[in-house]
Ligand binder design. Structure first.
Ligand SMILES: *Cc1c(COP(=O)(O)O)cnc(C)c1O
Length: 380
């Protein structure tokens, strides 16, 4: 087998990351909530009108904070898609929730909102939406259900930075939202995340939960004269070194998004003729959603063909990947699931193939990838 020439992902450095890390180090305060953390918070609150932002060490952490904030108790039910990353579910399971998984839509991997209402019971506490590939779920429909049944809405916006639903930034719509800056996302800090609080009722407690259940933030602002243990919590805040890296990325978000759009559009144009012959399906973006170019994927006709194509590309040195075993079929959850089959989630798990998409992917890389896909289908 050939060595990998085109990896699936390559973290992109914008240029000022090390400079800002040095500044953070020299400022003499490199624990959480330093100068760069505050700059990142302000940047997000201004650009996307998020009510209150809290950097965390991961999106997983932000989701765990969300589960604590809405007071999930053992036996509470939380509705979410089956086709998602484990953290979406784990954060709520840690607090004793039972997860009700919803199938994907016929047209796209996002949750089929029309299937939610019959699954709501008196124990249901929240709907967690995942904006897969940064493409919005139909949030008006979700908000309508949430309002009618008095449920919280949490956005797992891990992949959804700089994307919109009917003009509203993703992450600004639910009561709470969680973003990821893991190195595979559009904007990165290695590991990293952020909790967005859009409902004032949660702001004060979010600050406490993030600081190990203490009112240390109030103490630092001089609002209390000593700080202590006032709630449950954990150490969810990142070092200012992480925030320094992140801030360097945020300064270049426009350039990053422009380059990702170029790559995405180039793939789309090059692969359209094959998709029109019926070999695979290209991503579908509903009218109400924008594309933030987080991911380029194709949907193969079946698992066998995806496996063969993946191997064909690997032999050319190209790493394309698939992901998400439907969570209700996972080793951990299969005995706890209510037994409903979720055919579309399984179909995406079997047929979705993600192509390399990173800033430094150049025209000749893209051509090698799309030419190889062409060759594969022309020799079928
Ligand atoms: C990446 C991702 C996460 C986890 O993000 P971390 O920052 O690695 O914790 C959660 N949910 C979804 C949908 C993701 O894509």
């Amino acid at each position: 087998m050939m060595s990998i020439k085109i990896p699936f992902n390559k973290p992109y450095l914008c240029g000022n990351e090390l400079k800002y890390i040095e500044q953070a180090v020299q400022s003499g305060k490199i624990s959480g909530d330093g100068v760069f953390t505050k700059r990142c918070h302000e940047w997000f609150e201004q650009k996307y009108r998020f009510k209150k932002c809290f950097l965390t060490t991961s999106c997983t952490d932000a989701l765990e904070m969300a589960a604590i904030l809405i007071n999930i108790q053992p036996g509470d039910e939380v509705i979410m898609p089956s086709y998602t990353f484990v953290s979406t579910a784990n954060a709520f399971v840690l607090r004793g929730a039972k997860i009700t998984f919803v199938d994907s839509s016929l047209y796209e991997p996002n949750m089929d909102i029309s299937q939610i209402e019959p699954l709501i019971t008196p124990k249901t506490k929240a709907i967690v939406v995942v904006h897969y590939a940064g493409v919005a779920c139909d949030m008006d429909a979700v908000l309508h259900l949430a309002h009618k049944h008095n449920l919280y809405v949490i956005e797992d916006a891990a992949q959804a930075i700089d994307s919109y639903y009917k003009g509203r930034p993703l992450g600004s719509i639910g009561h709470l939202a969680a973003f990821s800056f893991h190195e595979t996302k559009n904007i990165i800090s290695g590991e990293g995340g952020m909790l967005v609080v859009n409902d004032d009722r949660f702001v004060k407690r979010a600050e406490i939960i993030r600081e190990k259940g203490t009112n240390r933030s109030q103490f630092f602002r001089g609002e209390v004269d000593k700080y202590g243990w006032v709630d449950i919590g954990s150490s969810f805040l990142p070092s200012d070194i992480i925030a320094a890296f992140l801030y360097a990325q945020l300064e270049h978000i426009q350039d990053i998004q422009k380059q990702r759009k170029y790559i995405w559009d180039t793939y789309y144009t090059a692969l359209k003729p094959l998709s029109e012959k019926g070999y695979f399906t290209l991503p579908y973006i509903p009218d109400y959603a924008t594309n933030n170019y987080h991911m380029f994927y194709i949907l193969c006709r079946n698992l066998e063909e995806r496996t063969a194509l993946t191997n064909y590309l690997k032999n050319k040195g190209i790493l394309a990947v698939f992901h998400y075993l439907p969570l209700e079929q996972s080793v951990y959850y299969k005995d706890k699931h209510d037994g409903r089959t979720l055919p579309h989630s399984t179909r995406y798990a079997d047929t979705l193939l993600r192509l390399p998409l990173y800033y430094e992917l150049n025209d000749s890389n893209i051509k090698l990838i799309t030419d190889s896909i062409n060759e594969f289908f022309n020799t079928l």
